[in-house]
Structure formats: structure tokens, C-alpha cells
Design a protein around this ligand. Structure first.
Ligand SMILES: [Zn+2]
Ligand SMILES: [Zn+2]
Length: 255
């Protein structure tokens, strides 16, 4: 699997982009920067976008993506998420007021967007991969994902603070090759991280140790708030017994 970093930050500046990753050119994971970071041709090649939760920094580029694909005449884009996430997108985003309802606007032989509901912990085939949604601990319903193809799996945490089920599921996933895990605030803002449902380096380190073989699994940390980028990176560099790295925009990884 080839993983391209479209956006990997918990905010936006000209040098930071909100969360969005691309697997093998066809499956996007969250849409925080999917039009800002991909050219028109790459946008047209997408088959599906997984959405972890409804917060704007993870869904907002679905608006411009749908618009572009509709004009391209692209095949329907599968937008997959759990029921509460899709309900929020229907009600508050593609509602005909904030943005047109692209689930009813034709493109490429169907409609521009096709919502596919992911039932928690039930593998679902999306864009040729098995996708397992696992509940995590954020301020609204949020799911992490385990995405598997040809015996290799990668995990995506979504936005979360300390949580249990995701780590239990990952401990029982022998095909796990890499993890994308959020961390947002430095340790001195632990209270803010708790109230907003995010990790700090200390709370992340404690949770990573729930995974017995964590040292052997490459762990890419994303969603750092731009204001705290340097401070969080310094704290992460002090962690031991883990294999963590902070990706940069447009990095490409093969697993
Ligand atoms: Zn969030
Ligand atoms: Zn977020």
C-alpha cells in the first residue's frame, strides 16, 4: 500500500493542512485538505473517501471535491462513515443551504456523492479494501479505521483522546503494518486536550503501550495544532519504546 500525506495537521496556515491521506491514489482518509492538496486529475481518480467524524477540519473539502467531480463528470464518489457522521453531513453540510445536496446531483452515471454507512466493527468493502470502523473517544461520534488489502493493514485513529477499543482491535490485527495516530496538544495543555478529546504526547505514549509489539510498528503522528508544532515534536522526540515519526506534507510511504 502506498500512503500519500495530503494534509497532516490539526489546523491550517499556508504551511499546514488539515487531515487528509490518500491510499494508492484511490481511497482518501478524511477530507480536510483533499482539494487543497490534490490536483484535479488526482481528485477525479478517487473512488471513495472515508470520513472519521463530522468536524469541519475532516470533511470541509468534500464540498469542493463534489463540485469539481460533478463538473468533471466523474463516477459517483463513495463517502463512507458511521451513521451519526453521515447524518451530520446530510443535515448540516449537504443540506441544500450550506452546500448543494450532491447526493442528488448527477455525475458519471449516478449521483456525485454516494453515502455508504459503515457499521461499527463490521468489515465493509470500500474501494477494493476491507474497512473496519472502530469507535474512539472524541467530543462527537468518531471512528478510527483499520484498512486491509492483500494481507496488509494500516490503522487510522481519527480524532481521539485516551481510548480502549481501538487498541484492543489493533492488538488482535497481526497484519498491521503501520498506524496513523493523532496527537494535538503539548503536555502543558493536558486539560484542554481532555476536554476536546485529543491526545498529548504523554497520554498517547500511555495508550501506545496497550499494544504489545508497538515498537515494531511504524507510527505516523498527525493532527498537531500548528501553534504547538515545535513544542509537541520536542516532547515526542523524548518518547521511548515506540516507533513514532511526524510526517510532512506530500510525504509518500510504502507499507
Ligand atoms: Zn474532531
Ligand atoms: Zn480534527
Amino acid at each position: 500500500m502506498e500512503l500519500y500525506v495530503v494534509g497532516c495537521h490539526g489546523g491550517e496556515t499556508p504551511k499546514h493542512r488539515a487531515s487528509s491521506f490518500l491510499l494508492d491514489g484511490t481511497l482518501a482518509i478524511d477530507a480536510g485538505a483533499v482539494t487543497r492538496g490534490l490536483d484535479i486529475e488526482a481528485q477525479g481518480k478517487l473512488e471513495a473517501c472515508l470520513v472519521s467524524h463530522a468536524h469541519l477540519d475532516h470533511v470541509r473539502d468534500l464540498a469542493t471535491l463534489a463540485d469539481n467531480r460533478c463538473q468533471l463528470g466523474s463516477p459517483p464518489l463513495v463517502v463512507a462513515g458511521t451513521r451519526p457522521t453521515l447524518e451530520a453531513l446530510r443535515r448540516h453540510f449537504f443540506n441544500g443551504v450550506l452546500w448543494p445536496d450532491f447526493t442528488r446531483i448527477p455525475s458519471g452515471g449516478g449521483n456525485t456523492i454516494e453515502f455508504v454507512e459503515l457499521e461499527l466493527e463490521k468489515p465493509t468493502l470500500i474501494a477494493g479494501r476491507s474497512v473496519l470502523a472502530v469507535p474512539v473517544s472524541h467530543t462527537i461520534d468518531c471512528a478510527g479505521f483499520v484498512i486491509e488489502k492483500d494481507g496488509a493493514a494500516i490503522a487510522y485513529s481519527g480524532d481521539t483522546g485516551p481510548t480502549d477499543r481501538l487498541w484492543e482491535v489493533l492488538a488482535a490485527t497481526p497484519s498491521l503494518k503501520a498506524m496513523l495516530v493523532e496527537v494535538s496538544f503539548p503536555d502543558r495543555h493536558a486539560a484542554l486536550a481532555t476536554v476536546s478529546g485529543h491526545y498529548t504526547p504523554a497520554t498517547l505514549a500511555a495508550d501506545l503501550k496497550k499494544l504489545p509489539n508497538v515498537e515494531s510498528i511504524p507510527t505516523l503522528l498527525y493532527h498537531i495544532k500548528p501553534i504547538f508544532q515545535r513544542e509537541v515534536e520536542i516532547e515526542l522526540a523524548k518518547l521511548t519504546g515506540v516507533s513514532v515519526d511526524v510526517p510532512k506534507l506530500e510525504d509518500l510511504f510504502s507499507f
